[in-house]
Design a protein around this ligand. Structure first.
Ligand SMILES: Cc1cc2nc3c(=O)[nH]c(=O)nc-3n(C[C@H](O)[C@H](O)[C@H](O)COP(=O)(O)O)c2cc1C
Length: 432
């Protein structure tokens, strides 16, 4: 008999409460990921470690348990090109990724028509890529084909975590059908794409649902009534307060939240042709921004969600999967310190390839060894209490000055000088 999940009320989030056989794969490290130093993006990579079925063979334990799923390490392939067919998802498991989320699926892929070029890079003056735009749609592959490929993967990797990213229109039957068919092949969980910023909102899908708390709540109700597996709602950063829709999804029974999807953007304007880019037959459309440049934004959004989970859903086992610009173990450590249970990587795989997971694990272990952490759970959320409101910073600083600690920077705005302006600004930077 199918066990349906219990789902809470649909009140506003502020009012709530609602309420194998393992195949061994030795890892081979690619040239792009063999040493610490400059990676394909031009930025530094961590020293790689050996992984067997995604597990580190020595040093601090990287395994995590989230919503009943056991992952050998917290690094999950984020939905996108790195999870688009059998051979790339297989590659991800073989290289050691802790879990794989497939490219977002819908029942009728015939409506999905992509254009090319659909990506654009933003580079710094050293030609290093720090921003990435895409206006790629969800999977254009037939649902039956993708499902057959995922079934094969499921059989070949019974102990690895396979998550179905799905999206549908505002239609209860369609959601029930897509969930039922994915459960037949025994996916471990669902990630619901409420966040794709281009193409699909025109059909009231993706971000259009994630930005409308009423529809979001209703659709999450349908989904959680149909699903027996954990459900993560993937949220858009293209809202005023991401914690609000995240809380709506959690209150409607979702076990977790994933954030962030890409940030609405236009990469630039070609000053020779005067056409915005990326240009398709001379025209463009706003796309989604990802990679290193978005990490600070993603950290702030994840912090807001983590605080909401801590405050409004304490003890309910709700989870957070942090996403946005992760390239190193240190990047991942920051997401975990601010409350993420797992960390997803999409653009990083497109830039460095699948072996990147070994570098990520190496970097995370090095961070853990430095602080004497034996497990990921030991430091999850450690930095969260130190994010507060501005007025508390004022109070704390006043107290510190009173107790004769040295002041940093200017005392007030009247001290800015025209001649020393840059020096004045520099005097107040934390990470000079
Ligand atoms: C080319 C591309 C395609 C993407 N396609 C999807 C998708 O189908 N479904 C989805 O939920 N997110 C999709 N994303 C968003 C990523 O999963 C991720 O949320 C975002 O890019 C931020 O993480 P990153 O900086 O590690 O890429 C896509 C991102 C890129 C760059």
């Amino acid at each position: 008999m199918i066990q349906h999940k219990s789902v809470g009320l649909r009140n506003s989030p502020t009012q709530r409460r609602v309420p194998c056989v393992r195949k061994p794969h030795k890892c081979v490290v690619s040239r792009a990921a063999t040493k610490t130093g400059i990676g394909a993006s031009g930025f530094g990579l961590d020293e790689p470690v050996e992984l067997v079925d995604g597990r580190v063979t020595s040093g601090p334990d990287l395994s995590v348990e989230v919503n009943g799923m056991k992952l050998p390490n917290p690094f999950i392939i984020g939905s996108g090109p790195p999870g688009t067919n059998y051979q790339v998802m297989k590659k991800a498991f073989d290289e050691g990724w802790g879990g794989v989320i497939c490219k977002t699926l819908s029942l009728d892929s015939s409506k999905v028509v992509n254009v090319t070029p659909r990506y654009a890079k933003l580079r710094d003056y050293s030609n290093r890529v720090f921003g990435w735009q895409n206006f790629e749609l969800i999977s254009d592959r037939s649902f039956d084909t993708m499902l057959a490929e995922m079934k094969k993967l499921r059989q070949e990797y019974p102990n690895r975590i396979l998550i179905a990213s799905i999206m549908e229109e505002y239609n209860k039957n369609a959601w029930e059908e897509i969930i039922g068919r994915c459960e037949e092949i025994n996916v471990d969980a669902f990630e619901i794409n409420f966040s794709c910023p281009h193409g699909l909102p025109e059909r009231r899908m993706g971000m259009a649902m994630g930005q409308d708390p009423e529809i979001l709540s209703e659709v999450c109700d349908w989904i959680n009534a149909a699903a027996t597996k954990p459900v993560w709602a993937k949220m858009t950063p293209n809202v005023t307060d991401i914690a609000y829709p995240a809380a709506v999804a959690l209150a409607a029974g979702c076990e977790g939240v994933a954030a962030i999807n890409t940030i609405s953007c236009i990469m630039g304007v070609n000053l020779d042709t005067l056409r915005p880019e990326p240009s398709v037959e001379g025209y463009t459309t706003p796309g989604g921004y990802s990679w290193k440049a978005v990490k600070p934004i993603a950290l702030a959004k994840c912090t807001a969600i983590a605080k909401t989970i801590q405050r409004d859903f304490a003890g309910e086992g709700k989870s957070l999967s942090g996403i946005g610009g992760v390239e190193t173990g240190a990047d991942a450590a920051e997401f975990i310190l601010l409350g993420s249970d797992t960390v997803q990587v999409c653009t990083g795989v497109m830039i460095h390839g699948y072996p990147l997971v070994k570098n990520l694990c190496g970097g995370l272990q090095r961070f853990m060894a430095k602080h004497g952490f034996q497990s990921v759970a030991e430091f999850k959320g450690r930095s969260l209490p130190y994010v507060t409101v501005h007025s508390e910073l004022v109070t704390r600083q006043r107290e510190a000055i009173r107790s004769k600690k040295e002041r940093v920077g200017l005392t007030n705005d009247s001290e800015w000088s025209g001649d020393d302006f840059v020096k004045n600004a520099e005097s107040m930077v934390a990470n000079r």
